[in-house]
Design a protein. Structure first.
Length: 146
């Protein structure tokens, strides 16, 4: 990895201010912090963002997630550790993170929407959109866990 990449915080402060505003809004979501962190972890795994996986795994632990569940996020479909609502959130995360491949079909939307009201589904989608944007910064600028 090259450590000669730019500091995007300094290079585009107005855009960074807007991203931080989005991050503040999603941090005030009515969705539980642990659910938001599971979503962030799963998107970051798909996008291979080591920096974000490290950060959000630590944040999930602080929010009460167990090591066992955190270790199983990448295999959520194969484990009994996640409830129906969490599974729906993880399904939506995978669908939107891989939108070029998955295209968010009605069947998936309906399955996910059955577990969330309109505000929750909107906020879940903002969480997914935000972490996917952060993942592009983490991967694109070769950020490393410390």
């Amino acid at each position: 990895m090259s450590n000669k990449r730019i500091n995007y915080y300094e290079a585009a402060p107005q855009a960074m201010k807007a991203m931080m505003g989005l991050e503040k809004a999603v941090s005030q979501s009515i969705l539980p912090a642990s659910l938001r962190e599971l979503v962030r972890i799963r998107a970051s795994q798909i996008n291979s963002c080591a920096y974000c996986i490290d950060m959000h795994t630590a944040d999930a632990s602080k929010a009460g997630e167990t090591t066992r569940r955190l270790m199983a996020v990448s295999a959520w479909k194969e484990t009994p550790f996640f409830d129906a609502r969490e599974r729906a959130a993880l399904l939506w995360t995978e669908t939107l993170t891989l939108v070029a491949e998955k295209h968010a079909p009605d069947e998936i939307y309906d399955e996910v929407a059955a577990h969330f009201n309109e505000q929750e589904l909107s906020e879940l989608t903002f969480v997914i959109a935000a972490i996917n944007a952060w993942n592009r910064f983490g991967v694109g600028f070769a950020m490393q866990p410390k």
